[in-house]
Structure formats: C-alpha cells, structure tokens
Design a protein around this ligand. Sequence first.
Ligand code: HEC
Ligand code: HEC
Length: 304
Amino acid sequence: MSEVKNPGPKPDAEPTAASAPVPTWIFILTLVLIYLGAVYFDRYSGWFDQQVYPPFQSADDLARYQPKSGEAALLAHGKGVYESVCGTCHGSDGLGKPDQVPPLAGSEWVSKDIPSLVRVPQLGLNGPIKVAGKDWNLAMAPMGAGLSDADLAGVLTYIRQSWGNRSSAVSADEVKAARVAISGKAPSAEELAKMTPVERGHAVFQKYGCFQCHGEDGKGGVRNTNAKTAEQVPSLIYVADGYTKEELIAFVSRGERNIPRMNPNGPEPPHFMPKWGPIINPNELSDIADFLFSLKPKGSDVGF
Ligand code: HEC
Ligand code: HEC
C-alpha cells in the first residue's frame, strides 16, 4: 500500500499566506500602551527640555523651586499670592475685564504711596473711581484683609513691578505700619474671645466686606445687572433653608465665578461671588456660617 496521506503543496507551488485578522485585544493593548506612554511623556519629560527632570514637570515648575533672595523672592512669592487671590478678577495680565474689573497695569492707584495703596486690599473700595482716565463704579471687597503682612507685601510688590508698572517694592514692615494706621476699629483678639460665634461671625462679615455686595447685615445686595437673582446680589437671610453648615462653608470657600444670567444673551453680570477659601481662615468661616444662619427671620419657616 503506497498511500500518500497528505501530499502537501506541490513542489512547484507558490507559497501562500492566509490573512488571519489581528486579535482585537492586541489592538486595544496597543492603544492603551500608546496612551500611557503619552501621559508619561507629558508628565515627566519636560517636553525635551534637558534641564527638567522628575519630579518637576516644566521649566516654570522648576524655576519655582529655585532658591531666591531678597526682592526676587518677594516678587516670586507675590506672584503666587496674586494668582490665587487677585488674578481671578484683575487677570494674569493685569488688564482687568471690560466694564467689570479695572486694570492694574498702568493704574495710578498701584503707584500711590504705600498707605494709600494698602487701604484698597485692606478695606476694599467702592466706586466711583477713575483709573487711567476711565470711570468705574463697582465694589471690591477687602480681598487682602486676611493676608499676612508678608503675603500682602509680596502681592503689592508684584503688582507695582509687573506689566510695565515701575514702582518701589513694598516690605512687610511697611504693610504692618500702614495697617496699624488704617484699621482702628477692628475688634481686638480679647474682644473677639468674649463674643458668641454669631457675634464673631458678624464681625467677620464686616471685616471681609461681605456687606459691600450683600448689603448691610446681608439683607439685600447691590445692583447686579442681568443677574438671574432679580438683578441684585442676593440677600442672605434665607441661606439656612438651602444649605447645611458644611455646604455653606464649602460654597463661600469656592465662590461662584459664573453668575446665571436673567437674559442668556445679555451682558455678564458685573459682580460675582469671590472665592474666599484662600483668604478667610476656617474658624472665621465657621463663625460666618453661624452668623448667616442667625439671619433667618423668626417664625418664617415656609416649610419646603
Ligand atoms: C472679586 C474681584 C476682585 C478681586 C479678587 C480683587 N479685586 Fe481689586 N478691584 C476689583 C474691582 C471691581 C475694583 C474697582 C472698585 C471700584 O469701582 O471702586 C478693584 C479695584 C482695585 C484697585 C484700584 C483700581 C485699579 O484698578 O488700580 C486696586 C489697586 C486693586 N483692586 C488691587 C487688588 C489686589 C491687590 C487684589 C488682591 C489682593 C485685588 N484687587 C483683588 C475687583 C477685585
Ligand atoms: C463682589 C461681590 C460679593 C462679595 C464681596 C461677596 N459676595 Fe457672596 N455672592 C455674590 C454674588 C453675585 C452671589 C450670587 C451667586 C449666584 O448667583 O450663583 C453671591 C452668593 C452668596 C451666597 C449664596 C446665596 C444663596 O442664596 O445661595 C452666600 C452664602 C454668600 N454669597 C456669602 C458671602 C459671604 C459670607 C461674603 C463675605 C465673606 C460674600 N458673600 C461676599 C457676590 C459677593
């Protein structure tokens, strides 16, 4: 029996390759690896800059950690404080926002004598004012009242020496002296210790100028053109109905940059709720919440 079971290809046949589909998992794995590679590259490579290495992620990042001395350190520190406390309004470029926040770049307010300049972040400012020949009539809360002397000195030095501004640096001692001259009527630590949380909260409400937007004792705020809240900064007397204490503290800390508009196509309302988290300390926030809850008129539970 000479049976050939599998003769195989004929010796002169062309080799053939059957096309088998690439398994889907290989395809997905490849995509995942490419993605992870890209993420890793983005985070750790410093984008081909030879001087940047982990854990730093960019040249700016690296620069922030270099030791600095004297005025350079003050400026670098001031820039950080500026970006977290003032920059949301006045802008990283110091140009402010049309009809909403005046510019610091080229402003005569910024180059004033130090006590006059410290007054603005320390006490806030209510228009009408003139900045570089243009009229403004808005309100700025005392956004610097909660900053340390060193932080405020850094910020003021930064705004005096950026965006083409050329005025002298401001030292922490100068800020301290200006503050003593300005704030006669803030309660002392002893006075605060004797107060109830509600009374302390009222003092904090005054200290940070909440009243400048929300009105005396939070009972109804200034006009806020095209804001959904009846074109006014809202009254705060009913917050007890809408928030728990934790929620209220969280809201005040993060603020609200985007104010819902009455007419969606109309202009952006000029006043928004500042982000107070970096400015007001946790004890003060707790006292503010107690104060706001105490504002609810007695016997006015509308039951929803
Ligand atoms: C919530 C927005 C907001 C924040 C945050 C803010 N400002 Fe203002 N600032 C204003 C508005 C609005 C005015 C104009 C007030 C008026 O019309 O009287 C103003 C005015 C000023 C002025 C005087 C006018 C000018 O343009 O030179 C200075 C100086 C100033 N701000 C500095 C600061 C500094 C420093 C900080 C941070 C510590 C800061 N501001 C944070 C809104 C803000
Ligand atoms: C520059 C103006 C301005 C200042 C100063 C300001 N607020 Fe406001 N606040 C607003 C605006 C505008 C709203 C409305 C936000 C919205 O419509 O979402 C608001 C909303 C609120 C709300 C929510 C009210 C509600 O019914 O939900 C609370 C609570 C509040 N602010 C507390 C404070 C406290 C406390 C301070 C002082 C530390 C303060 N605000 C300072 C403008 C301001």
